[in-house]
Design a protein around this ligand. Structure first.
Ligand SMILES: Cc1cc2nc3c(=O)[nH]c(=O)nc-3n(C[C@H](O)[C@H](O)[C@H](O)COP(=O)(O)OP(=O)(O)OC[C@H]3O[C@@H](n4cnc5c(N)ncnc54)[C@H](O)[C@@H]3O)c2cc1C
Length: 164
């Protein structure tokens, strides 16, 4: 059996190489630097922002409705950081638009239960203070007037604390 890896963290002046300057790579480099690591290098095959990174485009969803509590907690902390912590707050990159989740009447039970669990987790581990239930087509279209088409039987949830 292979020997277990040592658990003590490396010295703060150890050279850390992060391969891939996408979402996780840049976040790792940022948090290492924030914790005092002074010799962190992050490389990518493209210039930053990397055109291969899945998080490259400007239109992303940042939500807390996840079936896993740990995902909800991390997403909640991250949304707070975008809003309130430096250097993110001053950069004004986060626009709190809220996000809409729509459900057709025949949504499979398993997906329905997963989404309900995500809502419960948001209320328990995140912030459910701006969750609105949209009970029908009229409520959905009144909340989001750009949405058109036949939505008979659809319902929705709008969380104003998220971003889409
Ligand atoms: C189309 C799409 C839309 C998404 N929308 C959302 C969303 O709205 N909200 C959300 O929370 N999540 C979204 N996701 C998921 C989220 O973007 C990803 O989970 C996250 O970006 C993954 O981060 P990552 O660092 O693992 O990968 P990436 O951000 O993709 O970064 C990987 C980096 O590694 C670099 N790389 C790869 N190979 C090498 C190499 N050999 N040498 C050097 N560099 C290399 C790439 O160039 C790239 O920059 C979306 C994903 C996709 C594909």
């Amino acid at each position: 059996m292979a020997a277990p890896l040592p658990h003590s963290p490396p010295n703060k002046d150890a050279h850390v190489l992060v391969v891939g300057a996408g979402t996780f790579g840049l976040s790792s480099a940022f948090h290492l630097a924030s914790r005092g690591y002074s010799n962190v290098t992050c490389i990518d095959r493209w210039e930053v922002p990397s055109k291969s990174s899945a998080g490259w485009d400007i239109s992303k969803i940042a939500r807390t409705e996840y079936a896993s509590p740990i995902y909800t907690r991390i997403a909640h902390e991250s949304l707070d950081a975008w809003r309130e912590s430096e250097p993110f707050a001053s950069a004004k990159l986060f626009h709190q638009t809220g996000w809409l989740h729509m459900k057709p009447a025949d949504m499979p039970q398993s997906l329905l239960e997963r989404f309900e669990l995500g809502l419960e987790n948001t209320k328990r581990y995140g912030d459910g203070s701006q969750i609105e239930y949209l009970p029908d087509e009229e409520a959905i279209k009144s909340k989001c007037p750009l949405i058109s088409g036949d939505l008979k039987g659809w319902t929705g949830i709008f969380n104003g604390k998220s971003q889409a």
